[in-house]
Design a protein around this ligand. Structure first.
Ligand SMILES: Nc1ncnc2c1ncn2[C@@H]1O[C@H](COP(=O)(O)OP(=O)(O)OP(=O)(O)O)[C@@H](O)[C@H]1O
Ligand SMILES: [Mg+2]
Length: 319
């Protein structure tokens, strides 16, 4: 292993359940020290892929190496290099958060003193200090999720798999989780995360893979994915809002598309497959006596990219 060995190198991974190909030939490379975001509709094969990369499920064919170690032939080395959230589901419900973390720490070989210190540190990091002595059975879903990630950080693994780390978290806890993930990466960790929140991938991930029907259908930076869809938006604010209908009609016929009515009159958003056409449109409007007071050419949102690539609306993304 050296500095340029990727954290994850997967080639043509396949996993079938019966005659259903849940993962159908996925290849991906994740450089060490980066965040890779995996997006995809429900049932696309994201968790199944992670389970293979985490040695929890044996691929039917294809191969994967974690920091150069093969997941099938060297599972022990691989396990020493990874942390997986979700694997601590079977914690003791009658024990407190502190007690659970101390048990995990002891299992990982920490001394009694170090285990206590580590537990306190992690509980503080995830704002669980106040609830540290309550039995786990009284914890909310969000608190459990935070404790789950805390537990996976005890061994400070160089590669972390986070399967939907922020699903069900309130906005404050979500922001905190993002901060934690960023700090982990600053400290040299590599993170592979799946998420249903496209803004999360946009904010956190260096590269994003979109999985659909068991296949990697897109892979790149958020900007590359946006550019590949080729859908920008021209956003206009009219000097005179009473001209909105006329402007909509003019833009609609020029672009051969329906321009939606904005909630606020005087504001228009037009889809543009060719942003270089924007000046012509403005001239066209001016020729009809319409003055524009503000304009912006915007890249598509990751939501629009997702819809264009998978044909599936991501209805949780706005949450
Ligand atoms: N052990 C299993 N036996 C049979 N089918 C399975 C098994 N595990 C997963 N599947 C199927 O494989 C497909 C992919 O599942 P997977 O959990 O990888 O999807 P996902 O992308 O993680 O979805 P989600 O966004 O809902 O978490 C699904 O159709 C699922 O029903
Ligand atoms: Mg899943």
């Amino acid at each position: 292993m050296n500095n340029t060995t990727p954290a994850i190198e997967a080639e043509n991974l396949v996993k079938t359940f019966g005659d259903f190909r849940a993962v159908d030939g996925i290849s991906l490379t994740v450089p060490a020290g980066s965040v890779y975001g995996v997006l995809g509709p429900n049932g696309a094969g994201k968790t199944t892929t992670i389970r293979m990369l985490a040695t929890l499920l044996r691929p039917d064919s294809g191969s994967a190496r974690i920091f150069g170690h093969d997941v099938v032939r060297e599972p022990t080395q691989v396990r020493s290099l990874i942390g997986v959230t979700g694997q601590y589901a079977s914690v003791d419900e009658d024990l407190s958060a502190t007690e659970n973390l101390i048990i995990f720490s002891r299992l990982l070989g920490l001394s009694r003193r170090d285990a206590k210190r580590k537990a306190a540190e992690l509980l503080d990091e995830f704002s669980l200090t106040e609830d540290a002595t309550r039995p786990l059975k009284n914890f909310s879903g969000g608190m459990r999720r935070r404790l789950d990630l805390a537990a996976s950080l005890i061994s400070a693994p160089p590669l972390l798999y986070l399967d939907e780390p922020t699903t069900g978290l309130d906005p404050h806890a979500r922001a905190q989780m993002w901060e934690t993930i960023r700090r982990l990466v600053d400290d040299g960790s590599t993170v592979l995360l799946t998420t249903q929140y496209l803004d999360e991938a946009d904010q956190l991930a260096d590269r994003i893979g979109v999985i659909d029907n068991g296949k990697l259908v897109a892979d790149g930076t958020a900007d590359e994915l946006k550019a590949s869809v080729g859908l920008s938006s021209l956003r206009l604010v009219l000097a005179d809002p009473s001209q909105s209908n006329l402007a909509r009609a003019l833009l609609g016929s020029a672009l051969q598309t329906e321009i939606g009515a904005a909630a606020e009159s005087g504001k228009l958003t037009a889809p543009m497959t060719d942003p270089s056409k924007a000046p012509e449109l403005l001239i066209h409007l001016r020729e009809h006596g319409i003055e524009v007071s503000e304009l912006a050419l915007q890249k598509p949102s990751l939501d629009e990219v997702f819809l264009a690539i998978t044909g599936t609306q991501n209805d949780r993304s706005a949450a």
